[in-house]
Design a protein around this ligand. Structure first.
Ligand SMILES: Nc1nc2c(ncn2[C@@H]2O[C@H](COP(=O)(O)OP(=O)(O)OP(=O)(O)O)[C@@H](O)[C@H]2O)c(=O)[nH]1
Ligand SMILES: [Mg+2]
Length: 692
């Protein structure tokens, strides 16, 4: 690639619902710009961006891919992202470093949840957006319907630029609304020939041209006056307004075509090169000083070098690969920068550009460019590395929290270490994954954004680290306590032959205030000598690891040692420990033992239309609705509830089904409560069955 300068650089992320055609669009762009010698397809599994064996096997994207190429003297760093919700972390990594977004919409299905999510993510990242309505080779694609829906949903900034000209059900060309000409695209090369628009389509074209002018008029008072005064807006004025409007995010241009037929791609590429913002368009980056104060960091292509790491890949052969954007100055190979998260100095080796899985060496990267380097030992995603003297951090990527937890069960015994190592590497790659060792249930658990996310995790563990695991529903960390009182004795006596054993205690059990054991003694007259009190206490503590109902840990137990007896020769600590155990086993069943379960507070954010469905579902999960709040986002409501953890395992799946993927939730265990009778019985029976 030629030497790149910041002003000739466009960082563009492809966003959109799963299956809308992002990977195919990236493939078409690479082919049209002669960076590949054949047009690969997702169905054939030979695209540049979906190169991972898992992506090829499943037929859709699982992680973000880079696809840089040159067009009209401009370098376009294209980023292809997965549309499936479980991989939102990958999408957020790219929106963080992109300077503009192209949202791909399926021309047949129109707006989908992923379209809305894409819009929200780009809005949050404060980057200009454009739409590409795809699949116009399919005669079931409907331009007007989809376009009207976009304009209704996202407002008058949504501006038609190029629209299909349809005869019967055939697309005969694509009309450019500014120049009022029609392009016919060549399916082989992606190039076009220019024709006059057939007269019979004039009214249709003028209707959309009116909308284009209306959108443009919004960008300045002058144009607004002309528009309402029905004065002619000149071609030059329109071109300039569109250009400025796109750069400043005031206009969201709509393009259309068919990725697999290379239709409409050239026009989109021309607009990206001519009218999409360069990395310096936003003037500064958000960040934080060492003490946490928010700062605005100017973007200076000539300044001192700073980079931001937005993605990490654990390659089994190369090791750790860090993907970064040069935020300031330029980065040369063999540079030395300081990681401001941990103060470590990182010495860079080689720098690469990545296109799909292919690396190309590069000596220097200019401000705004995106590159990759290997073996930055102390650097992770979201770190800032700089040559500047002061410590600061670029605003980090905010990752969604993990919604779904499963227990990991190794298929082969002794594989635990290998699994932990593998997961450790995958955690570096994917901050939306969580891995925990639950000491109560003695299970290793992984949490992710959904079932697909966790399924891919197991596939990666197998492919990259050679370990096979099963995922099972995680055990719930139930606990036990007593509600009543009992007064019992425990006597351990073994006095036949050799040295004997003798311990005898009388204990009153009741519910304790503290979570652990509250041990007191009121022994009168030395019936149990003082030196054995610790043994009794320790014995009870050990017993509390298992309750008497289903073997779950016992909590909130008060025990008062008030009497007993001893033997001058045969009594010892062990005997008193065993006596305490006998008392525990005898006393607790008499003191109304109950099973406790974790209860969490649930916060669901949903479009207000779905409140009824979400309300209706909660009682089925034994949930208690605590109320609603208005959400930050317009048209959304927050539902607050308390739900037992045991009922939450598949909540992400149900919520997605209820809200077509629009719902989000947070859940956190806040306390333990008694499990209702019939359910408790089931758990107890289950535990007994497992113990046999
Ligand atoms: N007929 C037709 N099919 C298309 C077009 N674009 C994409 N497809 C097909 O639609 C399917 C999905 O396309 P992808 O490019 O994988 O879509 P994606 O947006 O990358 O999907 P995710 O990676 O899951 O987000 C594939 O089978 C493509 O061959 C198009 O313009 N016309
Ligand atoms: Mg894809």
């Amino acid at each position: 690639m030629e030497k790149v300068s910041t002003k000739n650089l466009r960082n563009v992320v492809l966003l959109g619902h799963g299956g809308s055609g992002k990977t195919s669009l990236a493939e078409a762009m690479l082919y049209l710009t002669k960076n590949t010698d054949r047009l690969g397809s997702v169905t054939a599994g030979n695209t540049v961006c979906d190169y991972d064996p898992e992506e090829i096997r499943r037929g859709f994207s699982l992680s973000a891919s880079l696809a840089p190429f040159n067009w009209n003297g401009v370098k376009i760093n294209l980023m292809d992202t997965p549309g499936y919700f479980d991989f939102e972390g990958e999408v957020r990594q790219c929106t963080r470093v992109a300077d503009a977004a192209v949202i791909v919409v399926d021309g047949k299905t129109g707006i989908q949840v992923g379209t809305e999510l894409a819009w929200d993510l780009a809005t949050e990242a404060k980057i200009p957006k454009a739409f590409f309505i795809n699949r116009f080779d399919d005669n079931e694609a409907r331009f007007k319907k989809v376009y009207d829906a976009l304009r209704e949903k996202f407002g008058v900034a949504v501006c038609p630029v190029q629209i299909p000209v349809i005869d019967g059900s055939e697309v005969v060309g694509f009309a450019n609304l500014i120049d009022r000409v029609m392009y016919m695209f060549d399916s082989k090369s992606g190039g076009y020939t220019c024709l006059d628009i057939p007269e019979k389509h004039n009214d249709y074209i003028e209707e959309f041209r009116g909308m284009l002018l209306e959108s443009i008029a919004q960008t300045s008072d002058e144009l607004m006056e002309k528009f309402f005064g029905e004065e002619e807006i000149t071609r030059d004025e329109a071109v300039e307004a569109l250009h400025e409007g796109i750069i400043h995010g005031e206009i969201v241009p709509v393009f259309c075509g068919a990725a697999v037929k290379m239709w409409g791609i050239k026009t989109l590429l021309d607009t990206i090169a001519d009218s999409f913002p360069r990395p310096t368009a936003r003037k500064f980056e958000h960040g934080f000083k060492d003490d946490g104060t928010a700062i605005e960091i100017p973007i200076e292509p000539e300044g001192e070098t700073s980079i931001f790491v937005f993605k990490t890949v654990a390659d089994p052969f190369v090791g750790k690969m860090s993907f970064f954007k040069v935020m300031n100055g330029e980065l040369a190979k063999d540079a030395t920068l300081r990681n401001t998260t941990n103060g470590q100095i990182e010495k860079f080796g080689r720098l690469y550009l990545m296109r799909g899985k292919k690396q190309t060496d590069v000596d220097v990267l200019c401000c705004g460019d995106i590159g990759v380097t290997a073996k930055l030992v102390n650097t992770n995603t979201n770190d800032t590395l700089t040559a500047k003297a002061e410590d600061f951090r670029y605003a980090p990527i905010v990752f969604p929290s993990a919604y779904m937890t499963m227990a990991i069960v190794p298929k082969a015994k002794g594989d635990e270490d290998k699994i932990s190592q593998g997961i450790g590497r995958l955690l570096e790659e994917d901050p939306t994954l969580k891995y925990e060792n639950n000491p109560e249930t003695k299970q290793l658990t992984v949490s992710g954004l959904g079932d697909m996310h966790l399924d891919v995790l197991t596939a990666k563990l197998k492919a990259r680290f050679g370990t096979s695991v099963d995922l099972t529903e995680p055990k719930i960390a139930y606990r036990e306590t007593i509600k009543g009182k009992s007064d019992v004795e425990g006597k351990h006596k073994k006095q036949s032959g050799g040295s004997g054993q003798y311990g005898h205690v009388k204990i009153r059990f009741s519910h304790g205030e503290d979570e652990g054991l509250t041990f007191t003694e009121s022994v009168f007259g030395g019936s149990v000598p003082k030196q054995y009190f610790p043994a009794v206490e320790k014995g009870l503590q050990e017993c509390m690891e298992h309750g008497v109902l289903a073997g779950y840990p016992m909590v909130n137990l008060a025990a008062e040692l008030y009497d007993g007896s001893y033997h001058e020769v045969d009594s010892n600590e062990i005997s008193f420990k065993l006596a305490a155990r006998l008392a525990y086993n005898a006393g607790l069943p008499l003191a109304k033992p109950v099973l406790l379960e974790p209860i969490g507070s649930l916060r669901v954010v949903i479009p207000s239309d779905y409140v009824g469905d979400v309300y209706g579902d909660l009682p089925k999960r034994r949930g208690r609705i605590m109320g609603t709040e208005t959400a930050e986002k317009n048209g959304y409501t927050v539902v607050l509830a308390e739900v037992p953890k045991a009922e939450m395992a598949d909540y992400v799946i149900s919520l997605r089904a209820m809200t077509q993927g629009r719902g989000r939730f947070d859940y956190e265990v806040v306390r333990y409560e008694e499990v209702p009778g019939p359910i408790a019985q089931k758990i107890i029976d289950e535990a007994k069955k497992n113990a046999e």
